[in-house]
Design a protein around this ligand. Structure first.
Ligand code: TRP
Length: 325
């Protein structure tokens, strides 16, 4: 059976970018494969060490979001990173296998230093988190990692660690493959940056029908009239293609839009907002049933399951490295 591990840093509620990038794949794959869903609450400390209460709240919230979206706690296992000591131990061991300069060349880290304006003020733990991500994946000996395209560099580094470990000490870890989502990079409402909470351009899985309508209405395309030829690759149509599931209908809309065949932005927005609401409405309902107490109960049980797997991997790794006495 293929083993899957993926996860998110708890920096806020999940949005549509998370859904099409990875969450949708997790929900589908949990039925055929052994699935682990990590909440990277230690990684959250790289930028929010001063706000532990917010990280704790977001950790519960991200689990709630995923249960509401269709992750089945009887099938998939949630992994709260801070509760799995084997991940921390593997992080140190893997840090020895990667040249420092290699870690610092990781393009995702470099992009984050710029986008989060970290300059040279980031913690030692900031670049270390990328090594930690290798440990997250390899601790569960995952074969497949469903992620958004922005995580590709981390998966590549994980593959290097797995190969290097095999060269030096023997075969303990599979070399994992990334699995990119149906929409690898969903733009935000601004149509420029990718969708993200920090840029204020996101539609959240927990948004109300009214929020969704208002947010979609905010999209600007620069088009003047329904009879102007429109650009069917603009944000609005990226959303239409991502969320209106009748492909023939979307093709027809795009044709009419491009020709200026009396199809206004307002009508496309109405259809896009309705499709998004149809996707998230059942999530809103399930979310309302999920108390914090129930979530904590699930996490306690899942932590036992996850630790059994990760501790076994660590024992194998230490054995291979002649570190076991
Ligand atoms: N870095 C990922 C993100 O911010 C979260 C993450 C941590 C992750 N560990 C992982 C994703 C392991 C996949 C596999 O989205």
């Amino acid at each position: 059976m293929t083993r899957i591990l993926t996860g998110d840093t708890p920096t806020g509620r999940l949005h549509l970018g998370h859904f099409v990038g990875s969450l949708e794949n997790r929900i589908a794959l949990q039925h055929q494969h052994e699935t682990f869903v990590l909440v990277a609450n230690i990684h959250a400390l790289t930028t929010r060490a001063a706000d532990p209460a917010a990280i704790r709240r977001d950790t519960l919230e991200i689990v709630r979001d995923q249960l509401a979206a269709g992750i089945d706690p009887e099938r998939a296992t949630f992994v709260v990173q801070s509760e799995i000591p084997a991940i921390a131990e593997l992080t140190i061991l893997f840090a020895m296998l990667l040249p420092f300069s290699r870690v610092m060349r990781n393009p995702t880290l470099k992009a984050e230093i710029i986008s989060k304006q970290l300059g040279d003020h980031y913690s030692f733990g900031f670049p270390l988190y990328a090594v930690g991500q290798c440990a997250d994946i390899l601790a569960f000996r995952a074969d497949l990692v469903p992620v958004g395209e922005d995580q590709a560099a981390h998966i590549e580094m994980t593959r290097e660690v797995a190969r290097r470990f095999a060269q030096l000490y023997g075969d303990v870890f599979p070399v994992p493959e990334p699995l990119f989502g149906r929409v690898p990079r969903l733009p935000g409402l601004d149509g420029v940056e990718k969708m993200s909470k920090s840029r204020g351009n996101a539609i959240f899985l927990s948004d109300s029908a009214d929020d969704i309508r208002k947010k979609v209405a905010r999209i600007t395309t620069g088009r003047q009239s329904p009879t102007d030829p429109g650009d069917p690759t603009n944000v609005l149509f990226e959303y239409a293609r991502a969320f209106i599931r009748d492909e023939a209908h979307v093709r027809d809309l795009a044709d009419r839009y491009a020709r200026g065949d009396n199809l206004g932005d307002g009508e496309v927005k109405r259809q896009v907002a309705a499709a998004i609401d149809a996707l998230v409405a059942p999530m809103r309902e399930r979310r309302a049933q999920l108390t914090d107490a129930r979530i904590v109960e699930i996490l306690h049980e899942h932590t036992r399951r996850a630790n059994a797997v990760a501790a076994d991997t660590l024992a194998k790794a230490k054995d291979a490295m002649r570190l076991a006495f």
